[in-house]
Design a protein. Structure first.
Length: 103
């Protein structure tokens, strides 16, 4: 039969005390880490909610501006329909100049 050799009793108590101390320190460190990340997540969620609120306000302003601009008759501001329209077909591969569809 093989018996496991245990450290001498005079060395066992300091070893167990050090292990217990190390576990207690680890427990406290993990608790602090958990609290830190929980508060960090709460701040992140709050920041996201604030950003969503600001985005919602900007969207509301955008849509109200679009509605007010869309209701304006362009001819009342002096705009007229174009008489001649040309469209860009493609960019020239030789230079950076644009070519028109008729050329």
């Amino acid at each position: 039969m093989s018996t496991a050799t245990l450290p001498a009793p005079d060395r066992l108590i300091p070893f167990l005390s050090a292990s217990c101390g190390l576990l207690a320190i680890s427990y406290v460190a993990l608790m602090v880490t958990t609290i830190f990340f929980a508060s960090w997540q709460s701040q992140a969620v709050s920041s996201i909610r604030d950003s969503e609120g600001r985005i919602g306000n900007l969207e509301s302003q955008y849509y109200s501006t679009i509605n007010s601009v869309s209701s304006i008759d362009p001819s009342s501001l002096g705009f007229v329909a174009p008489t001649d329209v040309e469209y860009v077909a493609a960019a020239s591969s030789r230079t950076s100049n644009l070519t028109f569809a008729g050329n």
